[in-house]
Design a binder for this molecule. Structure first.
Ligand code: GCU
Length: 608
């Protein structure tokens, strides 16, 4: 199953020249019996209106790409059997709805679980034009409009900016343009040093001139390039700190270079000390982003967008919202999500993300961010996402980037219906399974906000002390009496980065939601949770529950009538998930039992 596309129509055997032409083609193939007309109103930009006239004709009016989004909206609703009002209008909440691919020029994909890169091989851009059109449809059909094709860790720094490769990239941009998808490139902050300039200091005139000349060359080849994505001073990447400059100096210099062409600088805020001494109790990694950026609020150029991971650590199964997303009111901000299941099951374990995203949006006022980005889960596998069910994350991300109020159940149901067209009973089983999958994964891996008990580097499977004596700032400090980190004012002080209301909510273990309790507090195993159970008993119960929920999930998965091409992959991965859940449950429970000496009240098997 090619994600949800199979039901839109058959293979895309046509090379569209504009969104309008593509919209007409899609409508005539997917809804051959429904008369449709398309009218462009450039003022509507990406928005559209669908109106139903008494003679049964649908009129789609929209901006240049709005007509395409309108066509897909109509097709999806009709194929899903949803009724449409006589007039329906929609426009996206966020301007840039981005996919960030972490694809390397050698064809590998950092944190990729769906095969090799769709774009690169052997140091070159190398792609199948047919698959690029399919990719364009995958993105456009859910309203995504920016695709950054290369890794934020720019291992081949020269590549996309050099004349040789720019031509190939421009051809790819041409292919994706009718789908309303603009390219973006990750760039290396020290790039000028590869071109004979002895420094990358953002205040150096030669550096500034190099970036200006480079931007002119790049935008000449790709006039609608969305911008440059930058990972600076992070995990070994070069950045302004080398020259005693701050990140506003660095980002604004690049912003000046791309401004004449309407480009943006997407500047990531994933900056922390990744060489921490575990004995150091003063440094607390979640505090880092705020310390580097909050004081610069208001100093960034208007074409700089700060891209902040949704939580203060790094895409753990549960983290509170990054305080930076709440605090920087005078800066354009983007929230970064991760579709690639780096810490969340490698696209082997089923993990549907939209319930988590909905929680984030409940804490985050919509106006605080202007764009949304997600690390891609796509690769060269036939089904694009490795696990066929992982496609739900790309689909629902698109819907949410268009409208952050999107209801999780409605979005997942729509994906299930478009992809599989099951009977109502089977569809309902699949949808409930997907919606509860994140909570199940959380229970058998790292419940109560603890995080980081995962195998180092690879990030699949349990290793409770794997990150404990390492240099990444990721500690739970479990000993025989207690576990967790005190991040209140009495502890590391991280909590003070939040607005008062959240400080109140999280600051007291009695009011702090259990789901975050060990993120904010260090508690003895005998601590009484809100439901009266002790902390240690809750740890045991959650892990046993997570494993038994996975067993129930496997029963459901085996009973569903997946098409043959998906069934084999899904069953194989389900077996691997079961083994993984069992390992997590037994190893984490054993780890805590051996430390604490407390027995499980229900006498279940934990190993001495
Ligand atoms: C994580 C991930 C890295 C990635 C980094 C980033 O640390 O493990 O592979 O490069 O995030 O977001 O830049």
């Amino acid at each position: 199953m090619k994600a949800w596309l199979s039901r839109l129509q058959n293979d895309l055997d046509f090379v569209p020249s504009s969104p309008k032409e593509l919209a007409a083609y899609e409508l005539s193939h997917a809804l051959p019996d429904i008369p449709c007309r398309i009218e462009t109103d450039p003022a509507m930009d990406e928005g559209y209106r669908i109106s139903h006239s008494p003679d049964g004709t649908y009129l789609i009016t929209g901006g240049t790409t709005g007509v395409l989004y309108g066509a897909y909206a109509l097709i999806c609703r009709v194929l899903c059997g949803e009724s449409l009002p006589d007039e329906f209008r929609s426009s996206p909440q966020y301007a840039l709805r981005m996919i960030n691919c972490w694809d390397n020029a050698d064809g590998s994909v950092e944190r990729g679980y769906s095969g090799r890169s769709l774009f690169f091989e052997g140091g070159h851009l190398q792609y199948d034009p047919f698959r690029m059109r399919e990719l364009g449809r995958l993105l456009a059909s859910v309203g995504l409009n920016v695709l950054c094709i290369n890794n934020v860790n720019v291992h081949f720094p020269a590549q996309l900016l050099l004349e040789d490769y720019l031509g190939e990239a421009a051809a790819l941009a041409d292919l994706l343009r009718p789908f309303g998808v603009r390219l973006m490139f990750s760039v290396d902050f020290s790039q000028p040093m590869r071109h004979g300039i002895p420094t990358a200091d953002p205040l150096d005139p030669a550096v500034q001139a190099w970036w200006k000349e480079t931007a002119a060359r790049v935008w000449k080849a790709i006039p609608d390039l969305a911008g440059f994505l930058v990972k600076a001073d992070s995990e070994g990447r070069p950045g302004p700190f080398t020259y005693g400059r701050n990140h506003a100096d660095g980002a604004n210099m690049l912003a000046e270079a791309v401004r004449p062409f309407g480009g943006s600088i997407i500047w990531r805020c994933f900056v922390y000390n990744c060489r921490q001494d575990w004995r150091d109790t003063k440094t607390d990694r979640p505090k880092a982003a705020w310390e580097h950026y909050a004081f610069l609020d208001g100093q960034f150029a208007d074409n700089v967008i700060l891209q902040v991971k949704h939580g203060p650590f790094d895409f753990q199964v549960r983290e509170p919202l990054s305080p930076l997303l709440l605090g920087m009111k005078k800066t354009h901000m983007a929230m970064e999500l991760q579709l690639a299941q780096e810490y969340t099951g490698h696209q082997i374990d089923i993990y549907t993300m939209i319930p988590m995203w909905r929680e984030l949006f409940e804490e985050l006022p919509e106006s605080n961010i202007m764009s949304l980005a997600a690390v891609s889960n796509l690769g060269r596998d036939e089904n694009y996402t490795g696990h066929p069910l992982a496609a739900v994350n790309l689909f629902t991300y698109g819907l949410l980037a268009w409208d952050p109020q999107t209801d999780a159940k409605e979005a997942v149901t729509r994906w299930a219906r478009l992809t599989y067209a099951f009977s109502p009973a089977d569809e309902s089983s699949l949808v409930s399974l997907l919606l509860s999958s994140r909570r199940t994964y959380e229970k058998y891996t790292a419940p109560l906000g603890i995080g980081w008990m995962i195998t180092p580097h690879d990030h699949y499977g349990p290793n409770p002390s794997g990150y404990e004596y390492d240099l990444w700032g990721t500690y739970h400090k479990a000993n025989r009496d207690a576990v967790g980190i005190d991040r209140t004012a009495a502890g590391t002080g991280y909590l003070l980065q939040y607005p008062d209301s959240l400080q109140q909510k999280y600051g007291d273990p009695v009011t702090c939601p259990d789901l975050y309790i060990l993120f904010f507090h260090r508690l003895p195993y005998t601590f009484r949770m809100k439901d009266g159970r002790t902390l240690i008993q809750r740890i045991y119960d959650d892990h046993f529950d997570g494993f038994s929920e996975t067993q129930a999930m496997a029963e459901t998965i085996r009973s569903l009538p997946f098409p043959e091409e998906d069934r084999k992959v899904i069953l194989d991965r389900m077996d691997r998930q079961l083994c993984n859940a069992k390992e997590w449950c037994d190893i984490i429970n054993t780890f805590f039992f051996r430390l604490s000496g407390f027995r499980d009240e229900h006498g279940r098997t934990i190993y001495d």
